[in-house]
Design a protein around this ligand. Structure first.
Ligand SMILES: *Cc1c(COP(=O)(O)O)cnc(C)c1O
Length: 461
């Protein structure tokens, strides 16, 4: 039997040597792909054009004979980049879809090369130690308690699922989940997934949960109850009145989960953290670092004020955490996730925190919030546009003056089709609004002027 030649591995002492020329090819293809978009945030032509390009580039997905590493990388990476909606472009601002920092992506490459898996210590000795140190340090940013803890998740959806699961394990299967109509769709979906009674949705006509509405609901809802509040709504970036909600939960003996996937990182900023007063009173928090943390997907957290709250996740599989191995001192990692094989997402997060420091990260957060305020002021002062409200975080809702909802929807799709801007949409006050979610800290005032000029040129009223 002959050993395979020409398929070098990424790890080991020779891995970096094999990777370096391949990375040159990848980086060149990223550059030429972006150049193919000629300055646009996404390719022109819509789904039919992009799909046709992908089909032509791929050809036979599994050819009988391979084309080799460099050709495959060049073709597919180029196709990906040329057809990307690139969040690093200042006019790509629809979703909570951040442009990742180069340092985080570089760290993620090392994670992929060594491929540690966080389901047992013998697959991830240093990675598991880094994860344990990072999660404890991050949890302490949100909880002023002796033993806070956090789990790394794939994002807000998984964190919300875990939060509801932990609440169910505390209180049993008759748990009622109360959430505002402004909550992320993953909250009622998690209740469905976990076989809980259907979650109760409370109306939020102002965009946030009204304490009076919640008080009425808590008075009539059978216990046990979990209230979920939102710190940074996906549609408008609004923050529920957390202290009042936490008080009501205390009075009624309800547990509180706060979904701070979007807004949670404001806690790092001395300028903005006052908006999150009450955050630490929750039984669990959802935080996403692939939003205002500039990480490549996936980088989520579920934080809890006390590590014992995670105990229901303890699980045993003899091949991963045999009792005698654990007794002999090998860390037991299975209770840190519902997943088994698991990427070391902690590496890119820890690297970013170390590189930027508290002041560097805070500066990015503050500056991005400042950009959103600047855009809002420009739109508010503009006769052709109507601003919904000054932003709380970095989301700006606006619409052309006198436009119908159909006009707004068509404008958004036209810009997408032309490849000129990626804006989101959301309903508020019974009308459809355009949504700019600013997450790019390198966007300039000039970029925002260009965006407005672009919108003006595409509005025919
Ligand atoms: C983005 C978001 C989520 C979902 O997070 P994913 O990382 O996409 O799974 C949940 N809740 C809120 C408030 C969000 O903004």
């Amino acid at each position: 039997m002959t050993a395979p030649h020409g398929n070098p591995l990424a790890g080991g002492a020779t891995g970096p040597h094999a990777l370096r020329p391949l990375l040159d090819t990848v980086l060149d293809a990223l550059r030429t792909g972006a150049q193919d978009r000629s300055g646009r945030p996404l390719p022109a032509g819509g789904p039919a054009t992009v799909t046709a390009h992908a089909r032509t580039a791929l050809g036979d997905v599994l050819p009988d004979h391979g084309t080799g590493d460099h050709e495959a990388l060049r073709t597919l990476v180029h196709t990906l980049a040329a057809g990307a909606a690139d969040p690093a472009h200042p006019h790509c601002a629809a979703h909570l879809h951040c442009p990742p920092l180069a340092v985080a992506v570089a760290a993620d490459l090392a994670a992929a090369a060594l491929n540690p898996s966080l389901d047992s210590w013998d697959q991830a000795p240093a990675a598991s130690a880094i994860e344990a140190l990072l999660t404890r340090a991050l949890a302490a940013e949100f909880h002023d308690t002796p033993h806070p803890d956090a789990l790394i998740t794939t994002g807000g959806t998984e964190s919300n699922q875990l939060a509801l699961l932990l609440a169910r394990e505390r209180h049993g299967p008759h748990l009622t989940v109360l959430h505002g109509a402004n909550a992320h769709h993953s909250i009622p979906r998690a209740a469905w997934l976990l076989g809980l009674p259907p979650a109760t949705e409370l109306p939020t006509p102002t965009g946030v949960l009204d304490p009076a509405t919640l008080a009425d609901a808590l008075a009539t809802t059978p216990r046990p109850t979990l209230v979920t509040a939102t710190a940074g709504t996906t549609d408008a970036g609004l923050i529920d009145p957390l202290p009042a909600i936490a008080d009501l939960c205390d009075q009624h003996g309800a547990d509180l989960h706060i979904d701070a996937a979007y807004g949670g990182l404001l806690a790092l900023s001395p300028h903005h953290r006052h908006k999150l007063t009450g955050l630490g009173r929750a039984h669990s928090l959802t935080i996403d670092l692939h939003k205002l943390g500039w990480q490549p997907v996936a980088a989520g957290l579920l934080t809890v004020p006390d590590t014992t709250l995670l105990a229901p996740l303890a699980h045993q599989a003899d091949y991963l955490n045999a009792t005698d191995d654990t007794e002999a001192g090998l860390p037991d990692l299975l209770g840190r996730s519902l997943r088994t094989t698991r990427r070391p997402d902690a590496l890119k997060i820890a690297t970013t925190l170390r590189s930027l420091g508290r002041d560097g990260l805070t500066h990015l957060i503050d500056h991005t919030c400042h950009l959103a305020h600047h855009l809002a002021r420009l739109l508010d002062a503009h006769p052709r546009f109507e601003l919904h409200a000054p932003p709380t975080i970095t989301t700006v809702l606006f619409r052309p003056t006198h436009a119908t909802d159909d006009d707004v929807a068509t404008l958004r799709r036209t810009l997408l089709h032309q490849g000129r801007a990626v804006l989101g949409r959301t309903h508020a006050d019974g009308r459809l609004w355009l949504k700019a979610t600013l997450l790019n800290p390198h966007t300039t005032a000039g970029d925002l002027d260009t965006l407005i000029a672009l919108l003006e040129g595409s509005t025919h009223r």
